[in-house]
Design a protein around this ligand. Structure first.
Ligand SMILES: Cc1cc2nc3c(=O)[nH]c(=O)nc-3n(C[C@H](O)[C@H](O)[C@H](O)COP(=O)(O)OP(=O)(O)OC[C@H]3O[C@@H](n4cnc5c(N)ncnc54)[C@H](O)[C@@H]3O)c2cc1C
Ligand code: SF4
Ligand code: SF4
Length: 497
């Protein structure tokens, strides 16, 4: 028997260094690392020790004999990764990838490295991985600043409430909030309550991890109509975001249209269409709204075909394996069925082969999720409220339209900003022309990648910060009592709120 990694894997690679036989891949440094939806256990080499399951922060690893329900396919998913990369005949029987590289110590501080006073702005995964790296590898004192009164970023207010194991990573990050070298300043927004200049003056280094909180627009007529919502509004609503009112989402009509074929679009479709009694972790007012919902159908619109949808295999499987809703593929264009038929076994679109086509689907008492590919919205319809969406000359009735076509960063006043990419320009995490200022996470590399991708990203940024400290670029002008000085601007800002 072996262990297998499952859907909630966020690719942070914690398990790789825990495995005594190096049988979890792709590992950091290997060519595929960062390009796959998850990591995979090689069942031929796994010795069933369970060390990976012990360290996994999102409870994604199980003995294969324990895989049941929607997880039962993951033994095969793990094995398939290695089957697809089988050694050439000459090497048959020799497992690939399993030699350990020489041990490297990436964080070596020179004698006399200063005790730095560092502010980390943003308490989402990128900020918290940066905090972790700073605490575990330097003597820095860290002040975490966040505009919201609750820490966690998208782990708290983005990850869907039925992804309980993914949300568990919040506990991993949460333990650093109580660390004796950490202070928190929650409810303090940089650009509103405190300036970039204040923070730069009062700290040896400032790391911005402010994410990419803005939903991209469709750019079609009617976009301003009430009822046409950004994905951030709907996601914030079902996650109890303090800035989103309880009545933000109107579920009084039979159909909702979601534009987008990424994981966020799938999350929203699943939460809106699922049996509310399966959603134990949503706030009471949201649960009441979902119970009273008149929604019968959620249509997901994808501009391109099924082979180009951005969702991951795990998230699509998670939707297809639910028995409280029905999923169908709208076959309005013959190319759609052709593409699904042509998809290879490793392609996510191959999972759609067993999904009924809309033209053949019978009636159902369950809510239905319709996947409608090759459908670009041309206009959001309505006079004083959304009444539908026009796609390919066809009008789909709906009172709720959600645009889930990606996120982009917002400028922070006082920091440079690249409008084209929605990011802060940087070199290996160092903000251009701002000594002592760093970026990490979605505001650094754009809104792509899961939680775990921010770990390697934070390692790069903190690596740059440490190198600058070692080169004497941080700290020499530091005040005699950095704790008191650093407290000044933030203490003022906290008092004002
Ligand atoms: C809806 C949704 C669901 C997702 N689900 C998953 C999932 O299930 N699994 C997975 O692996 N990945 C998931 N992801 C991706 C994951 O959430 C991101 O990789 C990650 O959150 C990016 O981290 P970040 O720290 O850069 O940004 P964020 O998590 O957005 O954190 C940014 C923080 O900065 C704060 N902030 C912003 N501006 C300021 C300011 N001016 N002053 C002070 N504070 C500020 C914000 O309040 C926030 O706390 C999801 C993403 C979204 C959008
Ligand atoms: S979440 Fe991290 S520790 Fe868990 S299986 Fe995935 S890579 Fe390994
Ligand atoms: S059970 Fe042990 S040997 Fe198998 S993948 Fe996990 S850590 Fe490696």
């Amino acid at each position: 028997m072996s262990f297998a990694i499952t859907q909630s894997c966020c690719v942070d690679a914690s398990c790789v260094s825990a495995c005594p036989v190096n049988c979890i891949h792709p590992a950091p440094g290997e060519p595929d690392f960062g390009t796959t939806d998850m990591l995979y256990v090689d069942p031929r080499a796994c010795i069933d020790c369970g060390a990976c399951a012990e360290v996994c922060p999102v409870d994604a690893v199980f003995p294969v004999e324990n895989l049941v329900g929607p997880l039962r396919e993951y033994a095969e998913v793990n094995a398939q990764y290695y089957a697809d990369r089988e050694a050439p005949a000459a090497l048959a029987g020799t497992p690939l990838f399993h030699a350990w590289d020489p041990v490297r110590f990436d964080r070596v501080l020179p004698a006399g490295f200063p005790q730095l006073e560092v502010a980390v702005v943003g308490s989402g995964p990128a900020g918290m991985y940066a905090v972790e790296d700073l605490l575990l590898h330097t003597t820095a004192r860290v002040t975490i600043v966040d505009r919201l009164a609750v820490a966690g970023g998208l782990v708290r207010f983005g990850v869907a409430p039925d992804h309980a194991s993914t949300k568990q990573i919040g506990e991993h990050f949460g333990r650093y909030l109580d660390h004796h070298r950490v202070r928190t300043r929650l409810g303090v927004e940089v650009g509103r309550d405190v300036t970039v200049e204040d923070l730069a003056r009062d700290h040896d280094a400032v790391v911005y991890a402010v994410g990419a909180a803005q939903s991209r627009d469709l750019g079609v007529p009617g976009e301003q109509l009430p009822g046409n919502l950004a994905s951030t509004t709907v996601v914030g609503w079902y996650n109890g975001h303090p800035e989103i009112p309880d009545d933000a989402v109107d579920l009084s009509a039979g159909r909702a249209v979601i534009v987008g074929t990424g994981n966020v679009a799938l999350d929203i479709a699943r939460i809106l269409a699922a049996d509310p009694d399966t959603l134990t972790a949503v706030a009471a007012p949201v649960l009441a709204a979902l119970r009273a919902s008149r929604l019968r159908e959620v249509v997901l619109l994808g501009r391109r075909g099924p082979r180009e949808a951005a969702w991951t295999r795990g998230e699509l499987l998670g939707l297809l394996r639910r028995d409280d809703l029905e999923v169908v593929v709208d076959d309005h264009d013959p190319r759609i069925a052709d593409e699904i038929a042509a998809a290879g076994p490793a392609e996510t679109a191959s999972l759609l082969r067993d999904v009924p086509l809309l033209s053949q689907a019978g009636g159902t008492s369950r809510r239905r999720v319709v996947l409608r590919f090759l459908s670009t919205p041309e206009a959001v319809l309505g006079d004083d409220h959304v009444t539908g969406v026009r796609v390919g000359g066809v009008d789909l009735d709906a009172r709720l339209v959600v645009r889930a076509i990606g996120h982009r960063g917002r400028p922070v006043p006082g920091l440079p900003f690249d409008e084209a990419t929605g990011t802060v320009p940087h070199v290996e995490g160092r903000v251009e022309d701002r000594p002592g200022t760093y970026v990490v996470g979605w505001i650094k590399r754009g809104a792509a990648g899961g939680i775990g991708a921010n770990r390697a990203d934070a390692a790069e940024t903190v690596g740059s910060l440490i190198a600058d400290g070692a080169a004497g670029l941080l700290g020499p002008g530091a005040p005699r009592n950095p704790v008191r000085r650093a407290a000044r601007s933030l203490a003022r800002a906290t008092r004002r709120r």
